[in-house]
Design a protein around this ligand. Structure first.
Ligand code: SF4
Length: 319
């Protein structure tokens, strides 16, 4: 049955003020990264426990994914949240088929610690499976301090797998963060999460993506972020310039017009040729991020050392 039909039939579980939660049957938990994306991403496989994301970032690149369900990339994306119906055995057997040398990204399209996680706990259930495994390469990305809840499991995973957690912080300015990422936790809460994870010995970095021309791209802004991250115990930092697919433009451009009208025309022209900016600006930002990263003793992306116990434990995945 097409995904749009399954989504339309999904039973309404809970309707908060504006947000509706539904459960979605799923046949596949772990997706192969698209060929064209593989050179840009540090992982080969992706896991996203939820479809849609309540954090409602104005620039969110993943909005197009709701179009597969005949839902709008605008309000529907952050107000119609689908939780995949959990099956431990199905997830574990899929994971067992993934070669250990290939990296897995958790939270590549939607945030695995968005508010729905408090209700469904699917991310935690997945981590429980990873905690029984070894020799895996797992990247987790989130904007939420809810990840602190799972420190116990993350510690276990880090002992026998290559784990890296990236907490995304795009600005220290609370007002700007509220405008750009209306329902995501405040930047200071995210940095506190970095502190807790790092103190527990979990390899942790920050992502400063997306870097938005004229908004959060100044040397000062990025430098302050790197300093705060290093102070919190982060070991790593990376950041890329905003990319805008058509579905994201339909939300981001009206936002710009309202909040940053002086930038609106320049963005429209710059992104008229495609989703990615080319030329001097992204090169300049790459150099800037590199310079700041090094100045604060942060490394680029992380590969933790070989885990102490890398032996596969396939028996743990017996049905
Ligand atoms: S947290 Fe990530 S997935 Fe969620 S709305 Fe923001 S950018 Fe999109």
């Amino acid at each position: 049955m097409p995904l749009a039909e399954i989504a339309a039939q999904a039973r309404l579980i809970e309707a908060k003020t504006l947000v509706e939660y539904r459960e979605l049957p799923t046949k596949r938990w772990i997706g192969r990264i698209a060929d064209g994306e593989s050179s840009r991403a540090p992982f080969d496989w992706t896991i996203n426990p939820y479809r849609g994301c309540e954090f409602a970032c104005r620039y969110c690149f993943a909005r197009y994914t709701h179009e597969f369900m005949d839902l709008s990339p605008g309000d529907d994306f952050d107000q119609q949240i689908f939780a995949k119906q959990w099956s431990r055995s199905a997830f574990a057997s899929e994971l067992a088929r993934i070669p250990r040398k290939e990296a897995i990204g958790l939270g590549t399209a939607t945030d695995p610690y968005q508010p729905a996680e408090r209700r469904y706990g699917i991310t935690r259930k997945m981590l429980e499976v990873f905690a029984q495994d070894s020799g895996r390469r797992l990247h987790i990305t989130t904007k939420s301090d809810l990840i602190r809840r799972d420190v116990d499991l993350l510690e276990q995973i880090a002992r026998r797998n290559r784990l890296i957690v990236y907490v995304t912080v795009t600005t220290l300015d609370t007002h700007l963060a509220r405008a750009l990422e209306p329902k995501a936790p405040r930047p200071d809460l995210r940095l506190e999460a970095v502190r807790v994870l790092a103190a527990a010995g979990i390899p942790t970095g920050i992502s400063v993506s997306p870097i938005l021309p004229g908004i959060n791209d100044s040397y000062h802004s990025l430098d302050m972020l790197a300093r705060a991250a290093a102070d919190a115990g982060a070991g790593h930092m990376w950041g890329n310039v905003l990319f805008l697919k058509p579905a994201s433009k339909s939300v981001f451009f009206p936002f710009l017009q309202e909040r940053f009208p002086a930038l609106a025309r320049a963005y429209q022209q710059a992104y008229a040729q495609g989703a990615f900016l080319r030329g001097e600006y992204p090169d300049m930002i790459a150099r800037r991020v590199e310079q700041i990263r090094i100045a604060h003793g942060l490394t680029r992306r992380h590969e933790s050392p070989e885990p102490a116990c890398p032996e596969p434990q396939m028996a743990l995945f017996a049905a």
